[in-house]
Design a protein around this ligand. Sequence first.
Ligand code: HEC
Ligand code: HEC
Length: 331
Amino acid sequence: MMLLNDHRILFGSALALFLFLTFYIAIIPAMENQKINNPLPRQAKVLTNAERAGKMVYIENGCVACHTQQVRSVEMDNVFGKRPSIAADFAINRRTDFWRNTANLMGTQRAGPDLTSVGERQPSAEWHLIHLFQPRAAIEASIMPSYEFLFIERDYLQPGDVEVKVPQKFLKNKGKKIVATQKALLLVAYLKSLKQTDYTDKSIVPDFLYKQAKKDQSGAPGGENLPNGGELFTANCASCHQANGEGVPGAFPPLKGSPVATGGDLQLYVTIIMKGYDPRPEFATMPPVGTNANFTAEDVTAIINHERTSWGNNAKKVTLDEIKVIMEKIK
Ligand code: HEC
Ligand code: HEC
């Protein structure tokens, strides 16, 4: 029983076994993993310096406590990305620094929506700034904390200031101007950079599990087989124009009673939806929501009809054919 009698041999063999297992089970597979999980061919570009600095602001403020950045392979996650996340999505990330490995902010808690593709879903920097300053100004019943300390109050704007058009009722000191700090701008640059890489090779990217049967919409009014305008409005327009159609004063105009939404200039209406809109300085900028979301003429018709008949609006419904002609014309 030499092994048990000589403490050096006993300790030495335990150490050798420990080191062998560490390499065999942890270190070698980890290196192998990095080799086989190459970034996807069309992987989103590496973050710019500003976006990387914004990521640090994201980490600093603990956003990961409530937000994930991983689309699970279940159909209900379809709203957060076009496909489930796979290992290759995270392969491009490097350690933050020697001490910290916060490169992947996959998160575990989803008190708020997943942010994998929030840059796609919400490309408007103005919206992000208002929302960070006071989430309740953008989403009425939001439970997200306000990040007011990323903004400063000023009596007068100075050159280079990025003003955030927050409605007066959310300001502690009425009449002051709210200006975004560098940190807020970097954070928004990071949020806008979050876009899921488009990749559909089915041999690599699996389909969502537990697919739900699509609802039968053949009973839609007019027999035109239109999608549900209310759902499309909620998913694409309500974050700015609000579920009640009243918008946010000083930032996003109301669609309730809007001359465009209820009026006869359909070409302007469709152009606004597809290409965005920014004629008035007192409001923020509307991004090309329809183009970003690949709206079809059916989608646009359904949304317009929803808006023309909701919140007390009472305008004549439009037909699919009318919208098709306009969509063709403004292409
Ligand atoms: C206490 C939990 C919590 C924390 C912490 C938190 N959020 Fe949120 N966040 C939410 C909730 C809930 C929502 C959904 C309601 C809303 O949009 O305000 C949300 C929504 C969002 C959205 C809009 C997502 C979408 O799909 O429209 C963005 C962007 C966002 N948060 C960014 C951040 C950033 C950046 C931070 C850190 C500075 C942060 N959040 C911290 C809970 C949180
Ligand atoms: C990121 C925020 C945002 C989103 C999302 C958004 N809009 Fe807008 N929308 C705006 C802003 C800001 C304006 C006003 C621009 C201006 O006047 O300078 C506007 C203006 C409009 C107008 C003109 C209203 C009027 O009376 O002048 C219509 C109609 C409209 N949007 C429809 C839509 C529809 C439909 C959707 C969804 C498909 C949508 N918007 C999504 C921000 C947004």
